[in-house]
Ligand binder design. Structure first.
Ligand SMILES: [Zn+2]
Length: 75
């Protein structure tokens, strides 16, 4: 006995059964997309989190100050 529900992500049929680990979504893609949009829309943090997880050694090094475009007042 299987039950099919409407996937909140794409609107397509989604198998509502224990074997569908993404239920009520039809797939991981729909679930991730929905959660991502939900988190972005309603849980947008006021400050950017500087925690980069999963990417060790990818922290951008502070570059030399770029003074191009800086107004010069010495002429
Ligand atoms: Zn879907």
């Amino acid at each position: 006995m299987t039950r099919t529900v409407k996937c909140p992500g794409c609107g397509g049929p989604s198998l509502y059964a224990p074997e569908n680990r993404w239920r009520p979504f039809c797939s991981e893609r729909c679930r991730t997309a929905d959660l991502g949009a939900w988190a972005e829309d309603r849980y947008r943090l006021p400050a950017e989190s500087q925690e980069a997880d999963g990417l060790p050694g990818d922290t951008p090094a502070p570059a030399a100050p770029d003074d191009s475009g800086r107004p010069r007042g010495d002429f």
